[in-house]
Design a protein around this ligand. Structure first.
Ligand code: SF4
Length: 344
């Protein structure tokens, strides 16, 4: 898929923008100054497939913790800073890979110059983030106003000849997100970070984020993504991976095919689906695995699966690419499937 041409930025060794792959981000919900808890959560997110992590900087202790956190993690780290330039300067000195900061919110111009010159020296990009809900009061709420707000923040950086920038325009309304990001892609040459903000719990956010981000990604818009979920951030990463796979933008994610079940089913399939779904979230392979309700239609319906089972009354059949391979015992379905998946 042809992606929108943008400038490119480098976040801790990951190239973002233009024809580079779409990168998965998440954000910790620990106190950043609690280094142990923050590192533990980042480790879980890394394991799930998170590629860039953002942490909130609320005070100087948070900023001072960045060095210790960076030493114990393996993915680039972004510091999210509002208003206070000293926190930004400290986070940069501590080795953050990127900062999220809206320069128009910092009144002291000397401090902005100091931040920009330090970012230039260390090649640290800045993300300007415009949120519909927290738009400066001087603007009436509209998509054009969000673009104007971004221009105001950008002007400050561009006047200092700083272009190592990415932008985000988040709204809690997925349709507004689609419109605003299209406008942004037409207006700015910078890479875009996509997200529907305050999107709700797992189900609501998955629907809203898939609608907005899926539509934008299929139009070639978006360079990094975050799925905001009111839950464990590991779930954000799992949904992001599945969404990128569904859009054809990521391959190393296992795909589960399972039938909705119907009156022909003769075994307790749903607990098997749930367990296999969890297991497949940890499998980084370009494979499809099917769990089907009956041997009559199952193998044929799932003929594109690399491996699958169709359960019957007493036994299940194991099939590969639609062809039956052997019969297995009901109680061995999960272990047999895992064995076959490991061998793929
Ligand atoms: S695979 Fe069998 S049980 Fe599942 S939906 Fe199809 S016919 Fe029904």
């Amino acid at each position: 898929m042809k992606r929108t041409e943008t400038r490119k930025i480098n976040v801790g060794g990951i190239q973002i923008g233009s024809q580079n792959r779409v990168v998965i981000q998440s954000m910790t919900n620990t106190k950043t100054k609690d280094v142990e808890a923050t590192v533990r959560q980042i480790a879980a997110l890394e394991e799930a497939g998170c590629e860039i992590i953002r942490v909130a900087i609320l005070d100087m202790d948070d900023a001072k913790a960045i060095g210790a956190i960076k030493k114990q993690i393996h993915i680039p780290l972004v510091c999210d800073i509002h208003f206070n330039p000293e926190f930004a300067l400290e986070a940069i000195r501590q080795g953050t890979d990127k900062i999220r900061l809206n320069p128009g919110n910092i009144e002291n111009e000397d401090k902005i110059r100091e931040i920009v010159s330090l970012c230039k020296e260390r090649q640290i990009p800045i993300r300007i983030g415009i949120n519909a809900g927290s738009l400066n009061k001087k603007y009436e709420h509209s998509e054009e106003a969000m673009i104007e707000s971004a221009k105001d923040h950008l002007r400050i950086l561009e006047e200092l000849d700083f272009h190592d920038v990415c932008l985000s325009f988040k709204s809690s309304d997925p349709l507004e997100c689609i419109r605003i990001y299209h406008l942004a892609a037409e207006t700015f040459p910078y890479p875009l970070h996509l997200g529907v903000t305050e999107a709700g719990g797992l189900l609501d956010s998955t629907i809203k984020s898939s609608l907005a981000l899926g539509s934008l990604l299929m139009d070639g818009i978006g360079d990094t993504i975050r799925i905001s979920i009111s839950d464990d951030p590991v779930k954000e990463v799992i949904v992001a991976r599945k969404l990128l796979r569904a859009c054809g933008l990521k391959k190393d994610v296992a795909n589960l095919i399972s039938c909705p079940t119907c009156g022909r089913i003769q075994y307790d399939m749903l607990p098997i689906v749930r367990e296999m779904e969890e297991y497949l979230n940890t499998v980084n392979k370009d494979i499809s695995v099917a769990i089907m309700g009956c041997p009559v239609n199952g193998p044929q319906e799932a003929s594109r699966a690399d491996v699958g089972i169709a359960g019957g009354k007493d036994a299940a059949i194991l099939f590969k690419k639609g062809k039956i391979v052997r019969t297995i015992r009901q109680e061995d379905i999960i272990s047999e499937l895992k064995k076959e998946i490991e061998a793929l």
